[in-house]
Design a protein. Sequence first.
Length: 236
Amino acid sequence: MSFPQHIAIIMDGNGRWAQRQGLSRSDGHRAGAENVRRIVTHCRTLGVRHLTLYTFSRENWNRPVAEVSTLFALLVEFLGQEVPRLVEQEIALRVLGDIEPLPLLSRTALNHALKRTAGGSKMTLNLALNYSARDEIVRAVRGLVRDGLPEDKIDAESLSERLYTAGQPDPDLVIRTSGEVRISNFLLFQCAYSEYYFTDVLWPDFDTEEREGALKVSATRGRRFGKTQGRMRDGG
């Protein structure tokens, strides 16, 4: 079975998982963070070259202050524990989104992690933080205008070069857990031709068996492409 080179995941269901377990939402987010560790290692073992995780959306600021604080505390904890492993596994960390509004401690930890892992050549781990696909596209268009690119030079390829994912292939597979069937402002431009896999399983329970099931389903689908990012792919 061939594996996708780029997998993107909307990690959803931590709160509902905690509720079913009789735990706090903070416990749910901690369980979700533990699963992030497992899936990063699993994808690295499978030879997946790019993994993008929807970690914190622009809309997530509307959550209760205590919950947001917990999420960023978990991010700092995750980075502190995982950066040595990322370096050892030759995984480069990248951030998709605007990190300036993040708490100082989170920004400091992120910048340290980005520098420490910059040399990783086996896999890229993208964390979508304070991310909005619509804002990303607006940002890219503004960059084209600011650079004075002639109208006839503006195309899908020139736009993609100004996205946060510049230099990376588009996702082959997008996974969303927890039973929600929508993409929630996530990689709208990049996922024009991606395969989608939706599952009722909540993120903390999305284990190895579930992940391999998603990959098998994706592998059995016949992918058909149109014209994307300025180049033609096979099919029609």
